[in-house]
Design a binder for this molecule. Structure first.
Ligand code: GLY
Ligand code: MN
Length: 439
């Protein structure tokens, strides 16, 4: 591990400690206690679900496979890790803590979950215990005090330099895999085959990925969260939309690309959307209201619709009447970090409150002002979705649309292009494209 990463981690931990101090002060509490979580089992079955670590836990340390472990932070003290490493010859047990982070913790290894009790505070009266009910070990029952959670989640939007490095590595893994997926598409693979090529190149199994891969050929690209995986390729394979990321030390990347098999109008439409997307990425600047960016995206996409003779009305009219919503029916993007859809996207402040979505845009996931350190996705789309286009007709807006052009593009499904972009004090840092160009 590079000396630089070691110092970045130290700085990251100092930021977390400062935030925890402030959050505990808000809650008038003395200790932050965070269970990593427990394994969950399928109903009436002995099979467990993939373990999903408590994000509040993995914020502190690069450990994601630690069911039954706990973190305790008391202002002014070194954080304490109670690490469950069971004696178990049936399963792979979590590895003993090692690496650049361990020197910053007092670590107790326990062999059974119950051993944590003696090491945790003996009452939760003065504790903020952040977790779910299944993680409780009496008397350490999660209480999730709102002032503490609101503070931590609001500030988690502002990434430390260490976190940006984690996301850069998650991006490197995903970019490598995206390239392999494009090769598989061009070689005529099925969706399932492309998905396997992706996982192989990312070196991640499905349960390691930050979300389920969206691998959509032809019309399937019109399903926003298409997670089917046809095992046979369509004949012919015309278009390919892939929305897939990777995880590194608990941090996510989230990247979407769309390809045409051949030159022609759909390839040109991808080019036009790529221009729109790049221009929106350039607007990720401190002080900008993300809602304004979303509305900018609608206007730009409506201009593309007009340029490609998909609509008969001016872009402004298409946005006002809701015609652009039928072609671009999701939000421009979201915060990203420890979770692919990061928390507190609507937070008014670190003391609660909600910033509303713009009227008529119910799927936007981020309504905050951008500020240095925030990492957001920029993912404009343009789709041919029968259900939404039919609704336009029902609303009397059929004459706004050129149905012949729509029919010609419909077999290609749609387009989405998505990058992860860091807001800075100056120009934005496009994590996805800088890695894509360097790799
Ligand atoms: N990458 C999937 C999404 O952002 O919804
Ligand atoms: Mn996304």
């Amino acid at each position: 591990m590079s000396p630089e990463l070691k110092s970045l981690y130290r700085e990251h931990l100092a930021v977390l400690a400062d935030r925890a101090d402030a959050a505990l002060a808000r809650g008038e509490l003395d200790h932050l206690v965070i269970p990593a979580g427990v394994l969950k089992y399928q109903l009436f079955d002995d099979r467990d679900y993939p373990f999903a670590v408590n994000p509040q836990f993995k914020a502190w340390l690069p450990v994601t496979q630690a069911p039954g472990s706990w973190l305790v932070y008391t202002p002014g003290h070194k954080p304490r890790l109670i690490f469950l490493q069971p004696r178990d010859y049936w399963h792979v047990v979590p590895e003993a803590p090692s690496g650049y982070w361990v020197e910053h913790f007092d670590i107790d290894i326990i062999r059974t979950p119950a051993e944590a009790t003696a090491l945790l505070p003996n009452s939760n009266a003065r504790c903020a215990v952040l977790g779910d009910a299944d993680s409780a070990i009496w008397p350490m029952v999660p209480n999730n005090p709102a002032p503490v959670i609101q503070y931590l989640e609001f500030h988690r939007a502002y990434k430390t330099a260490y976190e940006i490095e984690m996301m850069r590595e998650a991006t490197r893994m995903a970019v490598r895999a995206h390239r392999a997926a494009e090769r598989a598409f061009r070689a005529g693979s099925s969706e399932f085959g492309i998905h396997l090529s992706y996982c192989q190149a990312a070196r991640q199994d499905v349960v390691d990925l930050p979300y389920r891969n969206i691998v959509a050929l032809n019309e399937h690209a019109a399903v926003l969260h298409y997670t089917g995986l046809d095992t046979l390729p369509p004949k012919p394979s015309r278009s390919f939309l892939i929305d897939a990321g990777a995880s590194f030390n608990g941090y996510a990347s989230d990247i979407t690309r769309t390809y045409a098999m051949e030159e022609g109008p759909f390839a040109d439409l991808i080019q036009a959307m790529d221009q729109v997307q790049r221009s929106l990425c350039g607007k990720v600047r401190a002080g900008t209201d993300y809602r304004a960016l979303h509305l900018d995206a609608h206007l730009a996409i409506a201009q593309v619709l007009r340029d490609f003779d998909l609509i008969h009305v001016d872009p402004e009219v298409a946005v006002e009447t809701g015609v652009s919503n039928a072609f671009f029916p999701h939000g421009l993007g979201h915060g990203i970090g420890l979770q692919v859809h990061d928390v507190a996207g609507f937070a008014e402040s670190d003391q609660g409150g909600t910033r509303a979505r713009p009227e008529g845009h119910p799927y936007l996931r981020l309504t905050r002002d951008l500020a240095p350190g925030m990492v957001v996705t920029i993912e404009p789309g343009l789709y041919f979705i029968d259900m939404l286009l039919e609704e336009l007709k029902d609303r009397g807006l059929g004459p706004s649309v050129n149905w012949d052009t729509v029919a010609a593009f419909r077999p290609y499904g749609g387009i989405r292009i998505e990058d992860d972009v860091v807001c800075t004090d100056n120009d934005p840092l496009n994590l996805t494209r800088t890695v894509w160009e360097a790799q």
